[in-house]
Design a protein around this ligand. Structure first.
Ligand SMILES: [Zn+2]
Length: 424
């Protein structure tokens, strides 16, 4: 399938049935569904970047380039998952069963389960154990066509253990091909020892020296906060965000998941890169995000997994917000690590159209990580992160959920995953 020439740094991906040439993000409103389709296409890759794309019979002849056949399949940009809680450790399957029996997520959390249960496991784990537990998760994500993933701390609930999580992310990035974007989730929940002292906890986690250390060592690009009923208030979140900006970090917010307390308004005011969840967003929140150019990251896997109402993604799209999708992969509210599964839920439950879903998981997901000038699109000069699918159209992919359709994954011009020829 590949004709390899020693020393060659260019690759022509040819015999592409349909190239879905997603333009660079962010893409809002009707632009989310306007994805140019080029039939019988080819993509020329040089030095890990896209050098040319277009109809195959017009492909430039690059002396000595390798060739690779897409076998008539559909080619899309590498998928991007802009919200996960990797790295975590520990087993909370007991809570899953308790929820099925009728207990609420909030009551389990109040009884010492939930985030605090994972925090105990993360505090007890070594950095090596965190890396070992999470490497296979990223390897499976790669097999699902994901080439870039956001990873958060937030289960340490103390500076030392948050730093351990961020260092685990750095080590995971070294050990496998997916690019990882790290977020310091400074305020996820209160640890037991700070019960009733949330302001003091914010002071601890938003210590300017800690934030500067994280930024200076490149341990995270973003700072995140869970601003919601039962989590942190708007005032606490604002204090943290102001300090994070001063330290040179960019902002993300867990907003409007459980209740509307003004978190999306705050995200807009503080010009957060993304506001994530948004199940309870109101019109003022939508306008605040739109005015700030904040990306709305919708997490339908969580609603599906918890059996609670979904975010109204259609309303956000119709209002002209750029919408991204993510797994929210975490051990409590969404143990779904498959982005294609999330994409299918977005079609079937959120009534998003296939092209909107693709844009949400590529161009707009790149914008939610502020990498949209180099990733998430089929564009000359962009990273050559490409996925070859075993389908002739996106419609076919989403019409037949659960079937492994990713045939090849190319990361920065290198084939990093190839599905065995025999069906599994
Ligand atoms: Zn989350």
């Amino acid at each position: 399938m590949t004709a390899r020439r020693p020393g060659s740094n260019s690759l022509l991906l040819e015999q592409i049935g349909t190239l879905l040439a997603v333009p660079p993000g962010p893409l809002a409103g009707p632009r989310m569904r306007q994805v140019p389709a080029i039939h019988d296409a080819a993509v020329l890759i040089r030095d890990g970047r896209i050098a040319w794309f277009g109809p195959g019979d017009q492909a430039p002849l690059d002396e000595g380039s390798d060739t690779l056949s897409a076998g008539g399949g559909c080619v899309i940009p590498g998928l991007i998952d802009p919200h996960t809680h990797i790295p975590f450790i520990g087993d909370r399957s007991g809570e899953f069963i308790r929820r099925l029996a009728g207990e609420s997520y909030l009551s389990i959390m109040q009884a010492g389960g939930g985030i605090r249960a994972t925090a105990r496991a993360v505090r007890n784990a070594t950095l090596d154990e965190l890396v070992t537990a999470n490497l296979p998760r990223l390897q499976r994500m790669l097999q699902n066509g994901v080439t870039r993933v956001e990873c958060k701390s937030g289960y340490g609930l103390a500076p030392e253990h948050e730093l351990k999580q961020l260092e685990a992310i750095r080590e995971l990035a070294r050990r496998q091909p997916i690019d990882l974007e790290a977020t310091y989730l400074a305020a996820h929940t209160l640890p037991e020892e700070y019960e009733g002292r949330a302001d003091e906890f914010i002071e601890l986690m938003a210590d300017p020296r800690l934030l500067s250390d994280i930024a200076a060592r490149g341990l995270a690009r973003f700072c995140d906060v869970f601003c919601d009923r039962g989590a942190f208030t708007v005032e606490q979140a604002r204090r943290l965000m102001e300090r994070a900006i001063a330290a040179g970090l960019r902002l993300k917010v867990h907003a409007d998941e459980l209740a509307q307390i003004g978190a999306s308004h705050l995200a807009g005011q503080m010009q957060a890169v993304s506001a994530d969840h948004l199940e309870c967003i109101d019109q003022a929140g939508i306008m605040a995000l739109k005015a700030a150019g904040t990306i709305a990251v919708v997490l339908p896997g969580t609603s599906f997994y918890l059996g609670i109402p979904h975010c109204d993604a259609r309303r956000l799209i119709e209002a002209g917000l750029p919408v991204a999708l993510a797994t929210d992969f975490n051990p409590g509210s969404c143990m779904i690590e498959s982005l294609p599964w999330i994409m299918n839920i977005a079609c079937c439950q959120l009534r998003m159209l296939p092209n909107e879903v693709l844009t949400a998981c590529t161009a707009n997901a790149a914008a939610a990580l502020a990498v949209h000038r180099r990733a998430g699109a089929i564009e000359v000069g962009f990273d050559a992160d490409l996925v070859v699918l075993d389908v002739t159209s996106l419609d076919e992919w989403f019409y037949t959920p659960g079937r492994p359709r990713v045939r090849l994954v190319i990361k920065a011009g290198q084939v990093v995953f190839r599905r065995p020829e025999h069906p599994v």
